[in-house]
Design a protein around this ligand. Structure first.
Ligand code: FES
Length: 120
């Protein structure tokens, strides 16, 4: 891993398309914040675990970020639906807003958070 600041999150095979995500923590504007990674269309995406409606974590049950069909990320509080590949909210009280995306990478069978790549 060339980036010394990269933060190991999990093994890559833990994340399956539309399956459970993995939570991790980051330093965000000087504070510890909850984040998560999921896999969609074979690609891994990372977001701050904070709904854009009310700043609560999305997963009521740990790691359950997808809706029943595995098509959207869903907030367990009021059901906002977010596109998995860019975090854009397509339905719900915060429609038109987006989750804070984070720079993550899949390398050599592992998933990393790249704090210096997204400035979070
Ligand atoms: S807190 Fe997420 S939809 Fe209301």
């Amino acid at each position: 891993m060339a980036d010394p600041a990269a933060q190991l999150i999990c093994d890559a095979d833990v994340l399956r398309d539309g399956g459970n995500g993995v939570r991790f923590e980051i330093q965000h504007h000087g504070e510890t914040a909850a984040a998560f990674v999921i896999r969609h269309g074979g690609v891994v995406y990372g977001y701050l675990n904070r709904c854009r409606h009310v700043p609560v974590e999305l997963d009521w049950q740990e790691g359950r970020f997808f809706d029943g069909d595995g098509d959207y990320l869903i907030c367990s509080m009021h059901g906002a639906l977010y596109l998995p590949d860019n975090g854009y909210c397509v339905a719900g009280p915060c429609r038109g807003q987006s989750l804070q995306s984070l720079a993550v990478a899949e390398r050599e069978g592992r998933i990393y958070y790249l704090p210096q790549a997204d400035g979070a």
